[in-house]
Design a protein around this ligand. Structure first.
Ligand SMILES: Nc1ncnc2c1ncn2[C@@H]1O[C@H](COP(=O)(O)OP(=O)(O)OP(=O)(O)O)[C@@H](O)[C@H]1O
Ligand SMILES: O=C(O)c1ccc[n+]([C@@H]2O[C@H](COP(=O)([O-])O)[C@@H](O)[C@H]2O)c1
Length: 204
């Protein structure tokens, strides 16, 4: 039985923090594989400015040298009304029936689920397991205990809380803004992705 982590993001663009957190979690939680899952630009709750094709190409460039990482375009291929994480996890548990499948996310998303902002939040928590990475300013244990959705669907092994050791806050937003204002975000993301953005004039 393998241990597989699903790391969902817009990856707009993928950053060195996405890669470092995926690597840290893979190492600490002894994952056999991390599936990097870019969300679709058809998503209703967030307006993405970059076409799926570019985000997908950058993701491929970023992970080509690391055999632990695999990109999956499942959400990009879905219709707009069927791209919630709950449905995504149903898909991956069916695809890997004998393996342990975890959803990997930062603690900021734990707060959003606690607030009831995610589709089928109750079912999502009760039917899945999560690896939650610490984020600055979020107390993960108290977020779980203060939320009825989280605490009542947690059987004690639902949330694997991981403190990465460093806060390291590089965001895709910061990188997009730097490109837009003529800044220099080199080394905050893989050089191959930096070059791809320059070549295609993204974010300017
Ligand atoms: N520094 C970080 N530490 C831990 N988790 C992170 C960090 N940055 C992003 N994540 C996690 O990565 C996932 C995807 O986040 P997302 O792509 O929205 O990050 P972002 O770089 O902040 O993007 P954007 O700036 O476009 O909102 C989420 O689960 C988020 O919590
Ligand atoms: O299922 C939902 O309702 C839901 C709501 C918000 C975010 N998500 C997922 O959380 C992951 C990170 O999202 P975001 O907003 O940080 O790009 C990504 O895989 C999204 O599909 C999922």
């Amino acid at each position: 039985m393998a241990k597989i982590g699903i790391y969902g993001s817009s990856f707009d663009p993928i950053t060195n923090v996405h890669l470092w957190t995926a690597s840290t979690v893979a190492h600490r939680c002894k994952l056999d594989k991390v599936i990097l899952l870019p969300c679709s630009s058809k998503r209703k709750d967030k307006r993405l400015k970059t076409e799926d094709e570019h985000r997908w190409n950058m993701l491929q460039l970023a992970i080509e040298d690391d055999s632990r990482f695999v990109a999956d375009d499942h959400e990009m291929k879905q219709d707009a009304w069927n791209i919630y994480t709950y449905d995504t996890m149903v898909h991956f548990k069916k695809k890997y029936p004998i393996d342990e499948v975890y959803f990997i996310m930062g603690a900021d998303l734990l707060v959003d689920i606690a607030k009831g902002e995610w589709a089928k939040g109750r079912e999502l928590v009760s039917e899945n397991k999560f690896i939650v990475m610490a984020r600055e300013g979020v107390d993960m244990l108290s977020t779980i205990s203060r939320s009825a959705i989280l605490r009542n669907n947690d059987d004690g092994s639902t949330f694997h809380l991981v403190d990465k050791g460093l806060a390291m806050e590089i965001s895709s937003t910061y990188i997009r803004e730097e490109f837009a204002v003529g800044g220099e975000p080199k080394y905050l993301l893989p050089t191959s992705c930096y070059d791809y953005i320059k070549k295609h004039g993204l974010y300017s």
